[in-house]
Design a protein around this ligand. Structure first.
Ligand SMILES: [Zn+2]
Length: 330
């Protein structure tokens, strides 16, 4: 199986390989774990071997018509369902049910991949439940979801759950460097650490410019603070950029929280921590009370985002707080 190319996730791979070898795959799997740790990659590798016409030792041959169609994302027996907007909607599940009422077109087995399955609301989830209760023959359903999501218990209980975990940092850094060979070892390790051992999240941080903006905010915060008017101006300029980071705003807030937290525990930070220098500078710059006030400001911003408050206003309030513009000026 192409699983051999995947790094880490030993437990998940062992469970799936064993089921595949013994020909005893469940009818539905839930690959559950944090974003960016390889769940979709593993699901697609499993699909690849199931859609190959002449797999050899659980490896897709790579040359048969099934493999070629799979490689060009054009296989009629692979259905990928992704959120339409913020969630997988009930109409998408209805379409899926229609598709499942027919036999697979070319392969022995159709593979249905439901990505970000945790975005399904109750209505869509209940509709899918019927499929899981009486799965049509020759169909394998693979749900991929965030473990912290709100999947219905009834759905989870009808799937075989394969848990995925964040990777050790060195391994995550190795995966990041495979995808981004231009990064040096220290840079990849720093990214891995920021993303909590989830290489996919680390690569998204880089790609969306989130990391670059985070770095600028931290550098400006750590730089010598000027006069009050200057601080307000800098805070508002950065707030404008932050509000533009649509999908990644929550992630950026998480990074800022880690920064403050590292600052609070800087004296115990180990030298191996890629962010130790930043943490030490933060600790020199602010006392614990000031750092915890910054954390509180980040909490408020996160709560505001969760309530769908205006992102521009939320960013401005946060940055003004972080730059100490909200307290009486001295
Ligand atoms: Zn093949």
């Amino acid at each position: 199986m192409a699983f051999s190319l995947i790094l880490g996730q030993t437990k998940a791979l062992a469970l799936l390989s064993r089921a595949l070898k013994s020909g005893r795959l469940a009818h539905a799997y839930l690959l559950a774990g944090p974003d960016g740790v390889g769940k979709t990659t593993v699901a697609l590798d499993l699909a690849a071997v199931l859609l190959c016409r002449q797999p050899d030792a659980e490896q897709p041959c790579g040359t048969c018509p099934g493999c070629r169609k799979f490689q060009s994302s054009n296989h009629p027996d692979l259905l990928r369902i992704r959120p339409d907007g913020a969630a997988i909607k009930i109409d998408q599940i209805r379409e899926l049910k229609k598709a499942l009422s027919f036999a697979p077109f070319e392969s022995r087995q159709r593979v249905v991949l439901l990505e970000e399955a945790h975005t399904m609301r109750r209505e869509a989830g209940n509709s899918l439940l019927k499929v899981l209760e009486e799965p049509p023959a020759n169909n394998l359903l693979i749900l991929v979801g965030n473990a912290a999501g709100s999947l219905l218990d009834t759905i989870v209980s009808r799937c075989q759950v394969i848990p995925f975990a964040p990777l050790p940092l060195a391994l995550a850094a190795e995966i990041i460097r495979r995808r981004r060979p231009e990064l040096d070892e220290a840079g990849a390790l720093a990214l891995a650490e920021l993303a909590g051992g989830c290489p996919g999240q680390a690569l998204a941080l880089e790609a969306d410019g989130i990391l670059a903006l985070y770095r600028r905010i931290v550098e400006e915060l750590l730089a010598r603070q000027g006069a009050a008017a200057e601080r307000v101006e800098r805070a508002l300029a950065l707030a404008g950029e932050l509000a533009e980071v649509k999908e990644g705003m929550e992630l950026l807030l998480t990074l800022l929280r880690i920064f403050c937290k590292n600052g609070m525990s800087a004296r115990t930070a180990t030298a191996a921590c890629a962010f130790a220098p930043e943490a030490l500078r933060a600790r020199e710059r602010w006392n614990l009370h000031q750092l915890s006030a910054k954390m509180a400001a980040i909490d408020l911003a996160e709560q505001a985002l969760a309530r769908n408050c205006n992102r521009g206003l939320t960013s401005e309030m946060l940055l003004l707080d972080l730059f100490d513009c909200s307290t009486p000026l001295t």
